[in-house]
Design a protein around this ligand. Structure first.
Ligand SMILES: Cc1cc2nc3c(=O)[nH]c(=O)nc-3n(C[C@H](O)[C@H](O)[C@H](O)COP(=O)(O)OP(=O)(O)OC[C@H]3O[C@@H](n4cnc5c(N)ncnc54)[C@H](O)[C@@H]3O)c2cc1C
Length: 1009
């Protein structure tokens, strides 16, 4: 055993001895909290329900509501025997006297919250701080609050921080340092600040904008803290905010005014793989600055969030996946901090005795006096450890959250999760009674042994998705990951791509028919909607003769293409996907210029196009081989599919690559030949898809690119006898015309035309009376105004229950007023320009209609004067029969409809011609089930935005006047492009039949390849 390890064990044992004198009551105290912990640690499913119930409870207004939720969460969903252990007579009582058990439960939960939240306001908290002072424990105070969704809320927060600071300074004026040594490093007043509370529009892709807004809000607070001799700490939140927080810290404390101020600190999260690099960088910065600063080292509070978020997005997971790795890294960073004690003051934020003892032992080894660093622990947790540390002569500071119960719920749930985590130290020590030796074991050593001597590299990244090819049958399907714009290298790639695209503006693209590039006399120009005098590109425009040539070329190419094996066709799509991936930033940048898509949305469009290629290739592999229909002796009957023929693809501009590529790829992989007609507004992106398929090796005539007016060439080809299938996504007007026209049979026509038709929506989201408004407001704003409301899935009617209406409106209008509107070449823009002048005029006309029908509740004022920018607009007092509540607007206009109850909400939501997307915000399990069953929409979203469908995960498409019921990105989508066929053979000869018939056989292809 190394001398350091034996020193750690000695110290650890000493701490435990002291702890055992005053055991932790957290896990043993009788009552509601203890029962909640015990039951949560035994039953994961019940734990989930319990925590969800705790989360919703403070927002319930009446005892009746409490009882209803109790029934829904537990009695209906669970074994009520287990539950009565926890609630005792609660449930039974609830049925009999709701007014009695409602208040009792609420009281219990608020008592539990009080265990972790030090007070409602600064007066409250002072009582606690005074008590701690007598115990020689210092404080840092943090303000809990609702998620900040608007700048009004952010300003209120900043003012509260300032008040808190003043109050604390006033009330603690005569307090002295508990150790009386090195007190200049540790001001008595210490305030912990979260940057997300001070600016509502932090976008990971634009740290510069966040810093520009945060610095002016922070300066007055820092200035005042300095005057009052206080300390300010920047807390660390999710990974998406990490770089911004670090940059902000370095920027502001390098400014002349704060350069020589030593009382600023920041948090390093040891569960992050890149934490060592960040800490080294901070230390280097500190040395260059030449003034001390502080670092609170913690493991990190968002482990569950970070792992699920990265898994959802297919990103490298930023946190370690083994608890021991976080522990080991905490120790490595502890050593790094203490070795640099000359410039950085350390605070070790942990309740883990091993982590604490290691810091003590290493400081001792370096000869650092125990008054020169501190241990920080959370209010309401690990009381005996705090006491032990004080007894040992160490500096201890308690982290004291202050705030109301409702906003404090997410903090409370984090603490409950931490205390019941299988991996947590406190549970191991105080609940499971794990032996001392195990608790004090060297995490590095244990890791080394468990991995045959291989330690995880601190710099290694872990992609939590598999590396199996995405399209192979059998392997789980993996979507193309979205670009993580929180990473500076991706921000730079996007900037570089925009610069490059800017130089290529004005390019010219020809038609492609039968592999030939064709120029016509008519040239169409595509403009940048942010700057209409800027031409993005010129495209040759087809007339009827070119349309005729394209149909003839596709028809001629069909015979060979239909006999090409499906495997070859799948590989074509996979090559196209690889090229899309390679050109990803370039194409996303082009979308910014051609259709005004903000960065992340443009990137999402390319990712979706990649997904369509890989997903449809995979689906074709599943459907391509003839499959036995029934196993009967003596007869083989196989079902398989033939392509339909010539497919005409007519695509919209709003997902200029994804929708076009999706329809084209589905048609190609199923063996149809294709004429693709992109929207006139996004013709240059359409031409890029042609280029990509040519590079991927598509044969002449199999895919043809025709740009032109829908009313001329589109209409001609829809009605053409040689076109067998029309895949259309666009407006209701054109969609219905295509549906009708395609139904007429023309002389010489071979097939009944198949129409795949996806049209618009008038999408509604309902906000229930118990909804989490933090979520509901942010998601509604994003769904309504993201990409200027020009998604067919966009939110257009927000239906709010009257109990919640006023609060929703107050926060919604504030949030709308804070949304960033501007040229989407800038990162972090939410609302850019609408696509062209016609759209601009049409939407403004609708806004006039809205003004005459309803009340204009909000309209943005300062939108850019040039370009097709429509100010985000909200109408209140909208009735379901008004035009703005019935007609599709396709712009950043939101109607709010107030309803009495959920019955009326569902009736209103379903009361339109459309059924595309719909959503519901609620924490009532029964209401959620009801909406799942009753909302008329092809895609129903609960407690999340109603846009952003992902291929394979959310097959997309609606019914009623929204479409023909097909699901793009779904397992059965390809069937729309295919004709099923069955081949039956009698295989008996004089009664002799084969024993076995295989389930699949080779394709019926002639000539055989
Ligand atoms: C005073 C104070 C201030 C804090 N401030 C912040 C802050 O600003 N930002 C912040 O993010 N956190 C902060 N934390 C940390 C956080 O809230 C937790 O309390 C802390 O991570 C628990 O660590 P521990 O050493 O006490 O317990 P332990 O039980 O030893 O460690 C638990 C921690 O290990 C990590 N972990 C759990 N499972 C795994 C796994 N499978 N793989 C890898 N790692 C895993 C997680 O970080 C988890 O919280 C603070 C903590 C304290 C005490």
């Amino acid at each position: 055993m190394t001398s350091l390890q034996s020193e750690i064990e000695q110290r650890g044992r000493r701490i435990f001895e002291l702890v055992d004198k005053h055991p932790e009551s957290l896990f043993s105290k009788a009552g509601f909290y203890q029962r909640l912990l015990t039951i949560s640690m035994r039953d994961e499913q019940l734990k989930l329900q319990l925590f969800r119930f705790v989360d919703v409870l403070p927002s319930l207004r009446t005892s009746g509501e409490v009882v209803e939720h109790l029934q829904e969460y537990f009695v209906e969903a669970h074994d009520s025997r287990k539950l009565s252990e926890f609630l005792g007579a609660g449930i039974r009582l609830a049925r009999i006297v709701p007014w009695l058990s409602g208040p009792i439960l609420r009281w219990n939960v608020s008592e539990m919250a009080r265990q972790f939240i030090a007070g409602r306001n600064s007066n409250d908290v002072l009582r606690i701080l005074r008590k701690r002072r007598t115990q020689k424990i210092g404080f840092t105070v943090d303000l809990l609050g609702e998620a900040v969704v608007s700048e009004t809320e952010a300003d209120e927060y900043a003012a509260r921080y300032l008040d808190l600071l003043e109050g604390l300074a006033r009330e603690t004026r005569n307090w002295t340092d508990p150790l009386g040594k090195n007190s200049e490093l540790f001001p008595v007043v210490n305030v912990s600040v979260k940057i997300s509370a001070l600016y509502s529009q932090i976008s990971p892709e634009d740290p510069a904008d966040a810093i520009a807004h945060l610095a002016p809000k922070l300066r007055p607070l820092l200035r005042r803290a300095r005057e009052l001799g206080a300390f300010i700490n920047f807390d660390m939140e999710s990974y998406a905010h990490k770089n911004t927080t670090l940059e902000l810290f370095k920027t502001i404390f390098t400014e002349e005014e704060f350069k020589d101020w030593p009382h600023a600190g920041i948090v390093t999260q040891a569960y992050l793989r890149d934490s060592e690099a960040d800490l080294r960088d901070l230390i280097e910065w500190g040395r260059a600055r030449g003034t001390r600063f502080a670092v609170r080292l913690v493991k990190g509070a968002y482990w569950d969030y970070e792992t699920s978020k990265s898994r959802q997005n297919g990103w490298d997971c930023p946190v370690y996946l083994q608890k021991l790795a976080s522990d080991a890294n905490f120790e490595a960073l502890t050593r790094l901090l203490l070795e640099n004690e000359s410039i950085v003051t350390s605070a070790f934020g942990s309740h883990n005795v091993r982590s604490i003892a290691h810091a003590q032992a290493f400081a001792e080894k370096l000869g650092i006096d125990r008054s020169r660093f501190e241990f920080q622990l959370l209010y309401g947790m690990a009381g005996p450890i705090k006491r032990a540390l004080v007894d040992m002569g160490y500096r201890v500071r308690e982290y004291c959250p202050v705030g109301e119960l409702l906003p404090g719920m997410s903090y409370l749930v984090r603490r409950l999760l931490e205390n019941t985590s299988n991996e947590g130290f406190l549970r191991a020590k105080f609940s499971e009674n794990v032996p001392l030796e195990d608790l004090l074991r060297d995490p590095c050593e244990t890791l080394r042994r468990s991995r045959n001597g291989v330690l995880p590299s601190v710099n290694a990244t872990t992609n939590m998705t598999t590396t199996t090819p995405r399209t192979q049958v059998g392997a789980p399907y993996e979507n193309a990951p979205l670009t993580n714009f929180a990473l500076p290298e991706n921000q730079e790639k996007m900037r570089a791509a925009l610069r490059k695209q800017r130089k290529q503006l004005g390019r010219k693209v020809p038609l492609t028919i039968n592999g030939e590039k064709i120029w016509t006399d008519e040239i169409f120009s595509s403009v940048n909607p942010s700057q209409p005098d800027q031409i993005v590109g010129y495209a040759a425009e087809a007339g009827i003769p070119e349309a005729e040539r394209a149909v003839a070329a596709a028809r001629a190419a069909f015979e060979k293409w239909r006999r090409t094996s499906f495997e070859e066709r799948c590989q074509l799509l996979e090559r196209a996907a690889q090229i899309l991936e390679r050109r990803r930033f370039e194409l996303a940048a082009l979308e910014v210029f051609e259709v005004g898509k903000p960065w992340a949305q443009a990137d999402g469009d390319i990712a979706e196009a990649i997904d369509f290629c890989t997903f449809y290739a995979r689906q074709m592999r599943l459907k391509g081989r003839p499959r036995l229909t029934q196993n009967v002796p003596g007869e083989e009957s196989y079902q398989h599919y033939w392509p339909r023929g010539v497919a005409l693809v007519i695509a919209p501009w709003n997902f200029p690559m994804a929708i076009l590529c999706g329809m084209v790829s589905a048609a190609l992989v199923t063996g149809n030949t294709v004429i693709m007609k992109p929207s006139e507004q996004s013709v240059i992106i359409g031409a890029m898809l042609m280029e990509i398929y040519e590079e991927a090796g598509v044969a002449p005539g199999v895919l043809n690119f025709l740009n032109g007016k829908g009313s001329v060439i589109g209409a001609h080809m829809v009605d053409h006898k040689d076109v067998d299938l029309i895949a259309f996504t666009g407006s209701r007007e054109v969609g219905l015309w295509i549906w009708e026209t395609a139904g007429k049979t023309r002389e010489g026509q071979r097939e009944l035309k198949r129409v795949i038709c996806e049209m618009g929506g008038k999408n509604a989201m309902i906000v229930d009376s118990d909804a989490d408004l933090d979520e509901a407001i942010v998601d509604s704003i994003y769904s309504a105004f993201g990409f200027q409301g020009q998604k067919c899935s966009a939110l257009s009617r927000l239906i709010v229950l009257e109990e919640n209406h006023d609060r929703v409106m107050e926060r919604l209008l504030g949030a709308a007023a804070s949304v960033r509107v501007g040229n989407p070449e800038e990162p972090g823009i939410v609302v850019g320009p609408v696509v062209d002048e016609a759209a601009y005029r049409r939407i403004l006309d609708y806004i006039d209609v809205g003004k005459s029908e309803a009340t204009l509740a909000y309209q943005a004022k300062d939108v850019p004067p040039h370009g097709y920018f429509i100010p985000p607009t909200i109408f209140a007092g909208v009735r379901p029969n008004m035009r703005i509540a019935r007609e599709e607007i396709f712009g950043p206009v939101l109607s709010v409809i107030k309803v009495r109850d959920l019955d009326e909400a569902i009736e209103v939501a379903n009361g339109t011609d459309y059924a595309l997307t719909g959503g519901f915000f609620s924490r009532s399990p029964a209401n959620i089930e009801r909406v799942k069953a009753q909302l008329e929409a092809g895609n129903v979203y609960i407690n999340r935005p109603c846009t952003g469908a992902i291929v394979g995960r959310h097959p997309f498409g609606g019914f009623k006047m929204s479409g023909g019921g097909t699901k793009a990105g779904g397992e059965d989508y390809l069937l729309n492009f295919l004709i099923p066929r069955v081949v039956t053979e009698n295989v008996t000869r004089h009664g002799l039949a084969p024993d076995k018939t295989p389930e699949y056989r080779d394709e019926f292809l002639w000539p055989k390849q």
